[in-house]
Ligand binder design. Structure first.
Ligand SMILES: [Fe+2]
Length: 226
């Protein structure tokens, strides 16, 4: 089932299992562009009903792996739609479970060629293990973030709370220490994050946790990572 956020943006929620005892609420973000293209950021484990719903929305679906962590379900969508474009970091095909992707993968740095001018792709530099691209829709003033920031609440399983606590992201709007530990070039990261702070957004859709409707709170939390 899809949840509508704005006229053009919807989400699909599912549970990921980094370990069997740490179910992690996770989100796919869908962007229906005015020209008919449907972008799926972090495609999830769609069921048959959702696949059909997506097919009814568009005949031109584009799969996007916005960082090097959110790629696990790409293959299932590609099996369903073998002719669609896939965008991701060039390093994605080298990842253990994704060698199949090499002939099909398009460089996410070229995704702007598919996007209308109001949807901007912004690469976060300095964290090569994550290599996240953030998206900003100036029409609806929506920022789409994958793992750069979490906004988890206390409703998750006990094991998940323990895991999140270990990474400094339990029951709060924060960046996971896993991201911080993997930040190799702090000044490059800082200049990328500062570009996000300059944006005029009203909401942030994160992949893990609640939608953020308080843009200032997001900016304060992001500022703490600089
Ligand atoms: Fe994630």
């Amino acid at each position: 089932m899809l949840n509508r956020v704005t006229d053009r943006i919807s989400t699909f929620e599912y549970m990921a299992y980094p370990t069997p005892v740490t179910p992690m609420p996770t989100r796919t973000v869908l962007y229906s562009q005015a020209d008919g293209k449907l972008f799926l950021f972090s495609p999830g484990p769609f069921d048959e009903a959702t696949f059909k719903e997506l097919e009814n929305m568009s005949s031109e679906i584009i799969l996007v792996s916005p960082n090097l962590f959110h790629h696990m379900h790409l293959e299932k969508s590609f099996e369903r739609w073998p002719l669609v474009a896939i965008y991701g970091q060039p390093a994605l095909w080298k990842l253990k479970k994704q060698p199949w992707i090499k002939p099909y993968l398009r460089d996410i740095r070229e995704i702007h060629t598919q996007l209308n001018t109001q949807m901007k792709a912004m690469f976060i530099r300095g964290i090569p293990a994550l290599a996240e691209t953030v998206f900003y829709d100036s029409d609806s003033k929506t920022l789409i973030v994958t793992d750069l920031m979490f906004n988890m609440d206390s409703t998750v399983a006990f094991g998940t709370r323990l895991l999140l606590s270990a990474f400094g992201a339990n029951n709060k709007l924060a960046q996971s220490k896993l991201v911080r530990m993997n930040t190799k070039d702090k000044s490059a990261y800082k200049s990328s994050a500062e570009k996000l702070l300059d944006l005029d957004f009203a909401r942030v859709i994160v992949s893990h946790g609640n939608l953020v409707e308080d843009a200032q709170a997001f900016k304060v939390a992001l500022s703490k990572t600089l």
